[in-house]
Design a protein around this ligand. Structure first.
Ligand SMILES: CC(=O)N[C@H]1[C@@H](OP(=O)(O)OP(=O)(O)OC[C@H]2O[C@@H](n3ccc(=O)[nH]c3=O)[C@H](O)[C@@H]2O)O[C@H](CO)[C@@H](O)[C@@H]1O
Ligand SMILES: C=C(OP(=O)(O)O)C(=O)O
Length: 436
């Protein structure tokens, strides 16, 4: 397993361009299974999770052509559905979270979809009930093999549109159900649908392929089923979680950084949450300019003076994927912040490492942590740590870049899962980081 060695405390300077969004790319790549025609996708990030999904599509018989950096053409005209029942698939399909979203398109187009229990971060309970209840509502038969955790849905006669109210606004669950409903007979309505930009992009892409999805961006999607879909060209948005990570990095290392082409209109509450922490962000065209915070950053309390709380919520609420980053940034703010991670049970335990580095954090329970900011009066100390999940990993990396001395981060595969050539890109703005 690889490690990063980081010499912290060096201010960075320059421009950084965000990669394409991991979580959007996972949905979009699964959608290529909906048509036998060619689909061109641009701005695909070169990261472990995405490359694994592309390999899986290839093993399913999808023809794949690389057109250039981040650009691929896919053609699913000779899909080998039999691959789903092989031992190789049981291993491969379970190695990432996003693979669950091949089920909806396969079910819609070929009448069956199988998947082993998917991987992804171990950040608490990650149920799949919403996905399968959705398929059952559309007329699919469900089976689950408890011994090898293998899920299956079948609908040899095809799917029929239905009205449904999701038990929770699951991101991948909504994507999976919409991808199956676009080829169902009749109309489907999905209420309590997730509506992240990832999903908005997926629905726009499917409409470009000939689907009829309306209500995009809201929590009520209406889908009129069509007979078949055609090809299209789609461009993936910049990764809003990576953008948030760069904002956090700039503030903690007191660096002057410009984040290029961020697609401001798709960032939702993200800029505001960082502003509440006292971070200055300037909108320059479609870039974010962050000046060097040489005098630190001071948190804004609520109107009545109570402690600032930053909590996650389904979109358009604040994404849970940025809370670990907000938490690390809060360790150097002037003031106190309560971080409330409502969705996941095991995403805050990494604070132990920050406490070892000298941060003042009280973990109240698995969901809540109070952070008492140092206002740069005391710097974090370098240490050796292991990355437990993708976002804790980048948060520890940010902490190491701001700390005094040389830190080591182990298990960096977790970071590489979602951040493209992170060491190279950091070195380009002056960071002292090596991969060993
Ligand atoms: C590949 C991918 O796209 N992964 C993202 C996706 O995962 P994923 O689609 O797996 O996550 P879900 O949206 O299904 O749910 C995430 C967690 O939040 C809980 N939950 C969800 C909705 C809700 O209204 N209330 C609630 O408590 C669920 O029970 C679960 O524990 O969405 C998560 C939530 O934004 C992100 O952290 C993941 O990065
Ligand atoms: C939790 C995440 O990813 P996954 O759902 O793939 O585990 C994430 O991107 O923060």
């Amino acid at each position: 397993m690889g490690v990063f060695k980081i010499e912290g405390g060096v201010p960075l300077k320059g421009e950084i361009t965000p990669q394409g969004a991991k979580n959007e790319a996972l949905q979009i790549l699964c959608a290529v299974l909906l048509t036998p025609e060619k689909v061109i996708i641009n701005n695909i990030p070169d990261i472990i999770d995405i490359n694994k999904l592309i390999t899986l599509l290839g093993n399913l018989g999808v023809k794949i052509q690389k057109n250039g950096p981040g650009s691929y053409t896919f053609q699913a005209d000779e899909v080998n559905v039999g691959y789903l029942e092989t031992e190789a698939f049981k291993k491969e399909g379970g190695s990432l979270r996003g693979s669950i979203m091949i089920v909806g398109p396969l079910l819609a187009r070929f009448g069956k979809g199988y998947i082993p229990k998917p991987g992804g971060d171990k950040i608490g309970r990650r149920r799949l009930d919403t996905h399968f209840e959705g398929f059952i509502n559309l007329g699919a038969k469900f089976r689950y093999n408890k011994e090898d955790h293998f899920y299956g849905v079948e609908a040899p006669e095809g799917l029929t549109g239905a009205a449904m109210l999701l038990d929770e606004a699951s991101v991948t669950g909504t994507a999976n159900i919409v991808m199956s409903a676009v080829l169902a007979k009749g109309t489907t309505t999905i209420y309590n649908a997730a509506c992240e930009p990832y999903l908005q992009q997926l629905c726009k892409m499917m409409n470009a392929m000939g689907a009829k999805v309306s209500g995009i961006g809201s929590n009520l999607l209406t889908i009129e089923g069509v007979e078949s879909l055609g090809g299209c060209t789609h461009r993936i948005l910049p990764d809003m979680i990576e953008i948030g990570s760069w904002i956090g990095l700039a503030a903690m290392t007191r660096s002057e950084i410009t984040i290029k082409d961020v697609s401001w209109e798709n960032l939702g509450l993200i800029p505001n949450v960082f502003r509440k922490l006292g971070i200055t962000l300037e909108k320059r065209g479609d870039d974010i300019y962050i000046p060097a915070h040489t005098d630190g950053y001071e948190v804004k309390t609520d109107i009545d003076g109570s402690i600032l709380t930053i909590a996650d919520a389904p979109w358009p609420g604040f994404t849970p994927d940025l809370l670990s980053i907000v938490l690390v940034v809060a360790t150097q703010c002037k003031g106190d912040v309560l971080i409330h991670q409502k969705m996941f049970e095991s995403r805050l335990f990494f604070v132990d490492k920050l406490i070892d580095m000298g941060a003042k954090i009280i973990l109240c329970d698995p969901h809540r942590a109070v952070v008492i900011g140092h206002d740069f009066k005391s710097r974090l100390k370098a240490t050796t740590m292991s990355s437990p999940d993708i976002r804790a990993g980048i948060s520890l990396l940010i902490a190491a870049l701001s700390a005094k001395g040389t830190s080591t981060i182990q298990n960096i595969e977790q970071i590489d899962r979602g951040y493209e050539r992170i060491d190279e890109r950091l070195r380009a703005i002056g960071a002292k980081i090596v991969r060993a």
